[in-house]
Write a protein that binds this ligand. Structure first.
Ligand code: ZN
Length: 385
């Protein structure tokens, strides 16, 4: 089924005739839904804290979850208490679920567990993201990031970030089911930030370029690590149940591995037999798949963590926009005494009166490091206000 869809979504085959009226109907539904939310016929709401949505307009993986992890880490390093809401795809939990360290992928979904493990932040899953957001608010978070919520209009937001797959673009440019689009491409015109994940495709000069950088392989069982380069020239089994398995296989091939491909549908639940191939070759998988396989790991099972990287000026652009649109400069606390900070807009400073420290704001991004702060003298006019 997936292979058949890919053939006309991305590989130039002519879509079956009957998909065209269905796509026209889908376009109508998308438009009516947006109008209904805009006019208040469908109810939307928001928690009291700022909400940032990271999403995409195509079906399948584009790197939203690695970007979410990156953004959570960046904001946490400024001292912010960040929470993440997701739909919790294929999770079995009936209502909103707040993850703890023991929550498994079967009840919360693989992406939710991965985000929790990589950031330690509060994560809530629910098909109703507004309900999940309210649960996070009770858990004392200061801002909420919705992973994959671009079309979930019931949750109002302060900032939308769309991730574009740089390798596949928008395929044939058609809406579902004739093409891979969940919304018309024109939807991107209304967004403040576009992030392109790898590839050469460039729709929009505004798009910031993110790269996924492979980290050393980690053993599923135990704590062993091994650089990917160590397997250069070796044959491996590569297992991937993600939106676009070919991206993972290509990464391994680029590192000089001889890859035996085992692609599965996104979010597939593995059983032990699917990860055994009757030989002793290493079995490599994505980190998203690894969180589902804890129960039946063998010594030859490894996963490849990836981290998001931006050029320095694009990182600054992205974070500057996040701080501005989500009004985060006003909720930061002093990293030294945890007390309140005074935002001096004219001087681009955040001032802690108790410690007499002035933290710089560079291109809209605060630098919350004690060693970067300026010590103010007791008669400094900044302390008088
Ligand atoms: Zn302080």
């Amino acid at each position: 089924m997936e292979r058949w869809l890919q053939s006309f979504w991305y590989q130039g085959a002519v879509p079956p005739w009957w998909t065209r009226p269905l796509s026209a109907l889908f376009a109508l539904i998308v438009r009516l839904r947006r109008a209904a939310y805009a006019r208040g016929w469908l109810r939307s709401g928001r928690p009291a804290c700022p909400v940032i949505v990271i999403g995409n307009i195509t079906v399948g993986g584009t790197g939203k979850t690695p970007l979410t992890i990156w953004l959570v880490n960046e904001l946490q390093s400024c001292g912010l208490r960040v929470g993440v809401v997701l739909r919790g795809y294929r999770g079995t939990a009936p209502g909103p679920l707040l993850l703890d360290d023991d929550t498994d992928a079967a009840s919360a979904g693989d992406e939710a567990v991965l985000i929790r493990r990589r950031t330690g932040c509060q994560v809530a899953v629910d098909s109703n993201r507004l309900r999940a957001a309210r649960l996070l608010e009770q858990a004392d978070v200061q801002l909420i990031i919705a992973d994959d919520g671009l079309q979930h209009l019931a949750l109002q937001r302060d900032l939308e970030i769309a991730v574009i797959d740089g390798a596949r673009g928008f395929g044939n440019g058609r809406l579902l089911p004739a093409g891979p689009l969940r919304e018309p491409v024109s939807r991107l015109d209304s967004l403040a930030l576009l992030v392109q994940n790898g590839g050469e495709f460039l729709r929009d000069p505004r798009a910031l370029r993110m790269q996924l950088a492979a980290q050393p392989l980690r053993a599923l069982a135990g704590a062993a690590a091994m650089p990917l380069e160590q397997l250069h020239g070796h044959a491996v089994h590569a297992v991937a149940a993600i939106g676009h398995p070919q991206r993972f296989f290509a990464t391994l091939r680029a590192a000089g591995l001889s890859v035996r491909e085992h692609g599965f549908p996104d979010h597939h639940r593995f059983n032990a037999a699917e990860l055994q191939f009757g030989d002793a070759l290493p079995v490599l998988m994505t980190e998203k798949d690894a969180v589902k396989c804890c129960a039946f790991t063998l010594p030859q099972h490894w996963y490849l963590p990836v981290t998001v990287q931006f050029a320095a000026h694009e990182r600054q652009t992205l974070l500057g926009r996040v701080f501005m649109d989500a009004r985060l400069l006003d909720i930061l606390a002093c990293p030294v005494c945890k007390g309140p900070l005074q935002h001096e807009r004219a001087q681009s400073l955040l001032v802690c009166r108790a410690d007499r420290l002035a933290f710089p704001i560079r291109d809209g991004v605060p630098v919350m490091l004690e060693e970067e702060a300026r010590q103010l003298s007791s008669d400094d006019p900044l302390l008088d206000r």
